[in-house]
Design a protein around this ligand. Sequence first.
Ligand code: SF4
Length: 465
Amino acid sequence: MSAGPREALGHPVRAARFAADEARAHWHDQALWFVREKRDRAAALVPDWERLRDAAAAIRAHTQGRLAAYLEEFERNAIARGAVVHWARDAAEHNDIVHRILSGHGVRRVAKSKSMLTEECGLNPFLEARGIEVVDTDLGERIVQLAGEPPSHIIFPAIHRKREEIGELFHAKLGTPAGLADPKALTEAARVHLRERFMSADAGMTGVNFAVAETGGIVVCTNEGNADMGTHLPRLHVASMGVEKVVPRLADLAVFLRLLARSATGQPVTTYTSHFHGPIDGGELHVVVVDNGRSEILADAEARRSLTCIRCGACMNTCPVFRRSGGYSYEYVVPGPIGALLAASRDPRAHASLPFASTLCGSCDDVCPVKVDLHHELLLRRRDLARAAILPRSKRLSMSLLGWILAHRATYEAAGRILRLLLRRLPRAILYGAWNVWGRRRELPEPPAESFRETWRRTRGAGHG
Ligand code: SF4
């Protein structure tokens, strides 16, 4: 990785850098496609899969319409079970609340399971700057934490790193033997390292996959059991949840849990689905409910469906752009199609390139378990960017011209004729010259010396082509 993970370079530049390492880009693509296929097989085994998706989308829409009431119901029931509920308007308030709780208990080390919300709020550096060590206990998150990087995928945070690189990292940071690249041995080394951190943590932190209004309980899904380890050894548990995580009833949870694991990794169920109903004996449970811009997205009728996302990552695994450009090319805490939407809704100027990081093929819509109409919403964000004149003038003009050409049959056919003529008549030197300039800029391989038609004629005889 030649550049820092999230510089403001725009998606095309960062994507080109990732794609320049062809072997890595290919392997990243294949690894995620493998997960996508696994998801397909898992979904096919559930006869009522489409009805489950419909039900999930309906529950989410219903909850959004009564969000304040369900959050208040959740608060009442969580307090009745002995939890303390805090409300944070934004990331700064969230971090202050968490810091106040931890410092009030004299905490020096926190064992934290995966939470994209704490990433969004920049909690780790905030706490570290105040003398509190945060240990990310999810294996993938620990790898990127040791490497000083943010996660590049919401489910597979270290998917961009090969095992040889992880071996080098562990050798440097954990003292494992040089050249160790066996996944089992590396996992074992991480387990020993994390076990010591679990035992010495003063507090546990988790995200929240779902909060149930009816019961006041929170649910955390992990495959490694690290949320349980992190919260059952110390007496203090702090959970950070976005306002959109609430579901009305316990029965609704079954719908989402059946969809989540299958969509995320192709597993029939997440290995650990942990329900927390109040604190452990003699302990404290604090739930910090965070808005941080979600209310504004909720108020936008065209954007609010992006808030129904359950963070399964399926849209990333299937997206042809994400698979070939990597998570860091998105410059936002959540990458991929859903990240592009959320980022452009929050700060269109800073993330103007992201809605264009899509082929609009609709594959993301097809796999999304809660039926977020991702590609359509990306198209709307493009429209908003054009209307707000945020895009460069050259792009606006060229898109307007193209739109006009495509909208009229006569111009469309004339443009096709001209292009065909140019391709036939223009000297190859000019065409290849242009290709070379473009290719060098994009760090693409050299084009072949002869056209496909020429190769065809040469190998099959002059009568062909
Ligand atoms: S938008 Fe849909 S597919 Fe993408 S992460 Fe969210 S729930 Fe999963």
